[in-house]
Structure formats: C-alpha cells, structure tokens
Design a protein around this ligand. Sequence first.
Ligand SMILES: NC(=O)c1ccc[n+]([C@@H]2O[C@H](COP(=O)([O-])OP(=O)(O)OC[C@H]3O[C@@H](n4cnc5c(N)ncnc54)[C@H](OP(=O)(O)O)[C@@H]3O)[C@@H](O)[C@H]2O)c1
Length: 343
Amino acid sequence: MGSVLGVVCCRFAVGGWVRRVAVRAYVTGGTGFVGSNIVKVFAERHRAEVHCPVHRFVPADEGTFTTERLDMLDNEAVLASVAAFGPDVIVHSMILNDFAAMYADRDLAWRSFVGTTETLARAADEVGAKLILVSTDWVFDGTQSGADEDTPPNPVNIYGVLKMASEQVALLSAERAAVARVSAVSGMHWMRESTPRVQDGGFGYFVTSIVGALEVGRSFAVWEADDINMVASPSLASECAEVMWRIAADEAGVGVFHCCGAESTGRMELARAACDVFDLDPALLSSTAPDRSAAGAVGEFPIPYDTSLSVRRTREVLGYEPPGIRELLNRFRYERSTGALSH
Ligand SMILES: NC(=O)c1ccc[n+]([C@@H]2O[C@H](COP(=O)([O-])OP(=O)(O)OC[C@H]3O[C@@H](n4cnc5c(N)ncnc54)[C@H](OP(=O)(O)O)[C@@H]3O)[C@@H](O)[C@H]2O)c1
C-alpha cells in the first residue's frame, strides 16, 4: 500500500521553498449528511485543508474549512473554483436529493449527476488531483446480494442509472479516479439539525431517525414491504469518510470501492440492534407498511430489495478491515453522546 501523502506533504509551493503541510481537499456537498462527515474527518482527524462549495445552506461556523457560494451546475464557475483552490483530491458528494425532481426534470437530473461529474473530472485533470465520486449500493438491482466492486451494476430506477452513468464518467474520463459506494448510512449530520427525510424506501437516515425518536420516548414504525430496500450493508458516515481518506491517500486508491460495514442486515433487525446498543426500548418499535404519500414516495418507482455489498476489493487494495454492525452502532453512540468523532 503506497501512500501519496508523503509526496503531497513534500510538494513545494510556487514562489518559494514553502513546505506544504496539508493535503488540500475540495469537497462538494460538504454541507450534506455524508459530506459533513467527509469534511470533518478530512479536516479534523487528518488536518487537511478543506474547501466546500456551498449552495442553499450556508454553515454558521466554518471553523476548520473554507466555503464559497457556488452552484455546481455552473460548469465554468466550478472549473474556475477548483483551479483557484488547487486541490490534491476532489470528493464529489453533492447530490440532487429529490426523486420527484429527478423524474420530473430529466435534463436537470442528468446535469446534476453526470454533468457535474464530467466537469469535476476535467477540473481534477487540470490541477492534477484525484477525483473520488461518492456513489451508492442502489446501482445494483436488489437481486445481486453480496455484490462486490467488480459486479456489473444493473440499476432499476433513475437514481441508480444516474449514479452508474456518473461512475463511468468519473472512471473513464479522469486520469485518477475512484468510486466510493456508500450504503445504508447512519451517523451524525455535523452541519444541520435535521436530515432530509425521517424514513424512505432505503436505509438512509434510518438509524438516526430511530434513535432520535426512541430516546425521547416516541414510537417508531419500521417500514417493511416487498417493494422497498429490505436488506443492506449498514455503514457509519464518519467511517465511510475514513475509507475515502484512505482512497485519497493511497496510490492504489483508484477504481471502485465499497465503503460499508462487514455485515448485511434487514430493517427490523437493524432497528433492534440500534435499541440494544443505544439502551433504547425495543417495545417502541413496530412494523408497518410504507407511507406511500411521503416524499421520496414508495411505489412510484422501483426500489432494489437486497443491496447487501461485499468489500472484497476494498479489503485487498486498501488493507481495510470493515467493522461489524455493533461496532458501527457503538461508534455512532459515541459520536452522538460526545459530539466528537469516534476513535
Ligand atoms: N444518505 C445515504 O444514506 C446515502 C446512501 C447511499 C449513497 N449516498 C450518496 O452520498 C452522497 C451524499 O448524499 P447525502 O445523503 O449526504 O445528501 P444530502 O444530505 O442531501 O446533501 C446533498 C448536498 O448537495 C448540495 N447540493 C445540492 N445541489 C447542489 C448544487 N446545485 N450545487 C451545489 N451543491 C448542491 C446540498 O446543498 P444545499 O442543501 O445547500 O442545496 C447538500 O450539501 C450522494 O452522492 C449520495 O448518492 C447517500
């Protein structure tokens, strides 16, 4: 496992023998759920200089990173912004997080996913940076249980198609590119009080919402149905970010990686495990049919059933040993109770 960090740290700045001491990371979607973890892990744990283009939400206290107002759909502005910052790595986690909008405006959806990736691939090459595209287990069709990094994707909805197309654009057009697929992500949102949804047809925000409800004595009805994502490989957002750091730092960190835990599970099983680890009352859990009127509505588009992943290549290439579900939940509990990153 060869590290490029040594190279980066010894690079000399233009205009004098000034030693560069930190990796420079350009993180899109850095004010989002996953992105806020990438920013925190890179900036706080690894002392990277992090720059975030921000969109509608502007964080109150930048603290350890810098921001600039930027619409990622403005290609020329994005190219200029990346050139001005001069990153060593670009992590692209920005997303149009709205299924209805993706279906209603296909052009906007394509530009938001594939177009932004194309622009960032060009921007990365212009400054000699590595591009890491954050992607998803929903590139698989729900019957490809235990899909590994080399399993051909077969998406069943527009989000999966756009992500698969973005993956190909990143891998084929940037000189140095990686795809970091995350799945069933729980954890802290370090920049905003609330997550975009409480529950949807996937596992996003699922554990976070359960813990938030049960710890104040509210009940939580777990959606269970044949037409939603019932099995997945849970991950912790900060741990996903840590794997992305390794991808950034390792010369071999190109190609596809799976940033998730070692185990797969079902929705109710995961909810019960969360109760166990967080000392919450499992009697407050119930099973119910999905709310088909909710945003990101179930039933309006196909959802993959079993998106469990294997981390075979990620283990081999990065020497990474993914944690099990209880370990991830314990780390989430630590982060929630201390307001600090786990380990
Ligand atoms: N959450 C999960 O469970 C999950 C699972 C699998 C994969 N992923 C992947 O993880 C990544 C992040 O997802 P997330 O759940 O963290 O999403 P999120 O919380 O909704 O964050 C999306 C981010 O993108 C920004 N953004 C949207 N449109 C923009 C634009 N035109 N220009 C600039 N910024 C823009 C948003 O800023 P504003 O809000 O200010 O517009 C926000 O910071 C995505 O690539 C997603 O596919 C997530």
